[in-house]
Design a protein around this ligand. Structure first.
Ligand code: ZN
Length: 132
């Protein structure tokens, strides 16, 4: 009888995560943000501030500022690329799909795009809060 292998991020996904961590997309400040929200993860000190520019129910622009572990910052970067230009209703759906994947371990929705790279995190309970 064999045991399943240790859950790990596969190499391709690890590369994608590192790329977003080293070259974060949409990082910076929106001067005229319609919405600004902050998230803090006391478990490892991750901080993310998200700023949105909304226009007629569409996320016209998005930026984030933050610091913390590679997972939290890569997740924030990937999320901005997934939601930019999308309708708010669609983004709600993406958030729900992301939670299902990461928190409930229900697998990735193809619409999540690069965020799918974080699926392996669902097997690492202590990092779930970093990703979300
Ligand atoms: Zn973290």
């Amino acid at each position: 009888m064999t045991f399943p292998p240790e859950p790990e991020l596969d190499d391709l996904y690890r590369e994608l995560l590192l790329d977003h961590y080293r070259n974060p997309r949409n990082k910076g400040r929106l001067e005229q943000a319609d919405v600004s929200v902050e998230g803090y993860n006391p478990l490892c000190g991750d901080e993310v501030q998200l700023m949105l520019d909304l226009d007629d129910g569409v996320i016209k622009d998005v930026r984030f500022l933050g610091r913390g572990c590679s997972i939290s910052q890569a997740s924030a970067s990937m999320m901005t690329t997934a939601i930019k230009g999308q309708k708010v209703a669609k983004v709600r759906h993406l958030i729900e799909a992301f939670r299902k994947m990461i928190v409930d371990g229900k697998g990735a929705d193809p619409e999540l795009g690069d965020l799918e790279a974080l699926e392996g995190i669902s097997h690492m309970p202590v990092r779930v809060k970093c990703a979300t």
